[in-house]
Design a protein around this ligand. Sequence first.
Ligand SMILES: [Zn+2]
Length: 112
Amino acid sequence: MAAKKRKFSEDYVKFGFTFIEKGELQLPQCVISMNVLSNDSMRPNRLGRHLKQQYPSLVLKTKEFFSSKAESLKRLRLDKSGSYPTASFEIAFMVAKQKKPHTIDQELIMKN
Ligand SMILES: [Zn+2]
């Protein structure tokens, strides 16, 4: 049973949602809690309900309010994935820390 793939509409921003891409799917992401919902939840009534239930005080906020939230969320994501050298350095560092024999090798070299 192939579920219908739902697409994000710019209009959903007014419910406080942006989206992330996961393979071929678009998943709605709440700009307030940053929670990612299922592709099946990508419909106005579901997104609207999240807003109403979770943030009753934000229901009357404008689309611009959520839009600016979505923008800063996107920038946050870009910072994370965009800073490639830092990220790969961190991974290399973690791998190096886990590889004990490598450290020993280096110590041996130092002694020689
Ligand atoms: Zn939320």
